[in-house]
Each structure stands twice: as C-alpha cells, then as structure tokens.
Design a protein around this ligand. Structure first.
Ligand SMILES: Cc1cc2nc3c(=O)[nH]c(=O)nc-3n(C[C@H](O)[C@H](O)[C@H](O)COP(=O)(O)O)c2cc1C
Length: 211
C-alpha cells in the first residue's frame, strides 16, 4: 500500500560536501551542504540565497568543493548550525545558528592554498575540487513570496586534487569506488555506504568514453 505523503523537505539521499568560498575580507568561509549532483565535469549546487556561501559565490564566482569521507562525520556535525553571516535570518536565529568567522579554527580543520581559485581547500578532505561558477538559476520563481530564495548554481570543475589511497593502482585518473567512502545525508541523518551490491551493467562502458 502506498500513502500520499508531504515531507517538509525532499532529502532522499545525497553526498555531503564542504564548500569553501572567499569572504570580502579575504578569509575563507566553510559550509556543509548536500543538495549537489554531478554531470560530466560540472556540478549543480542547491543553496539558500541567504547564506554567506551564496553571497561569496555570486561575488567571486569561485569555490572549492571539499568532499568529506564518512570518517569526517564529526567535522560535518561540528560545522552544522554555524553561519559566516553576521546578520543572520530570524529562521537561523530561532534554529540556534551562531555566527562563526573562522570555521577552520573552531572545528579544527586545516586550510591549504588552492592553485586555480582563491578560497582555501581543506587538507583533511580526500577530494578537493577547485571550481568556478558557470551559471546561476533562481529557483521557486513560480511561488509568490519565495522567488529566488533558493539558487541552482552550475559550477565547472577546474582541478581535482585527490588522495592517492582512493585511486586505482596504475590508473591515476580513476577512483577506486570500493575505497571512496562518501558521507551521505538522508532526511537530516548522516550515513555511510554499504558494501558494493553487485557489478553494474553500465560499467561495461569504458569510463573514458564519457570524457
Ligand atoms: C549535512 C548538511 C547539509 C546541508 N545541506 C545544505 C544544502 O544543500 N543547501 C543549503 O543551502 N544549506 C545546506 N545546509 C545548511 C548550511 O550549511 C547552512 O545554511 C549554513 O549556515 C551555511 O553557512 P554560511 O551562511 O556560512 O554560508 C546543510 C547543512 C548540513 C549540516
């Protein structure tokens, strides 16, 4: 039996990233997010218009998409309910958010210079994607009073430093899917992945054909 439901938010499950952006004073802001998906060398980011990250992205057009492994769950939890924006919304105030200027320091993550963009990357993240904004789409335009409250940002990945131990031996451009353990966000809960179920038929197509 199916029942028609109306969840407040559709968090069916996606990987968490920690996004770095550059503040107006030149420091780097960090924010956990999970409304992301990948296609080719592009990533779509779903972000609330009000966050400091969104302000920074619209102004500078640059970011680093730091992927936490499932072992970094305590860092993601530590970053939750923080904002780099001093004048936060009444919603965030009521929800117990606090303003934190230096999130690297407060959650004990290590900043590392990027090569192709200005915001710092996170040393502890096994994958750090330097990226630039290619397009901005204002969402909810059909909903009165909520127009533009969320943005869908298309970013172009420019460079991908990745830890050697998640790569296939002898194949420097291939990630070993058994070794990469993303942290998943499902209806406000954090999960790891189970072991591989069975071979995928799509894998009969050489990955390089998608380049
Ligand atoms: C696991 C997790 C996933 C989140 N996913 C998103 C998301 O996809 N989009 C978004 O706008 N905020 C998301 N948030 C909330 C932001 O982290 C939050 O708005 C934060 O205050 C943004 O920081 P900033 O204001 O410094 O940019 C998520 C938070 C957590 C902990």
């Amino acid at each position: 039996m199916h029942q028609t439901i109306d969840p407040a938010i559709l968090y069916w499950g996606s990987a968490v990233i920690i996004i770095s952006t550059r503040n107006p004073d030149g420091t780097t802001n960090l924010a956990p997010m999970s409304s992301t998906w990948w296609l080719g060398q592009r990533c779509m980011l779903g972000l609330a218009a009000e966050s400091q990250t969104t302000f920074n992205l619209r102004r500078t057009k640059q970011c680093v998409l730091n992927l936490p492994s499932d072992t970094m769950i305590s860092k993601v939890n530590a970053l939750a309910k923080m904002t780099g924006r001093q004048d936060m919304s009444p919603f965030k105030t009521a929800a117990g958010y606090r303003y934190v200027k230096d999130k690297f320091k407060v959650v004990q993550l290590t900043p590392m210079s990027s090569e192709m963009v200005q915001p710092s990357r996170i040393l502890e993240s096994p994958v750090q994607m330097e990226a630039e904004v290619a397009a901005v789409n204002e969402m909810n335009r059909d909903e009165e009073g909520r127009e533009g409250s969320f943005l869908g940002l298309e970013v172009k990945v420019l460079r991908i430093p990745a830890e050697e131990n998640i790569l296939q031996v002898g194949e420097p451009n291939k990630v070993n899917a058994d070794r990469w353990r993303p942290l998943m966000h499902v209806f406000q809960h954090l999960y790891g992945l189970s072991a591989r179920l069975q071979p995928s038929r799509l894998a009969e197509i050489d990955e390089e054909k998608y380049r």
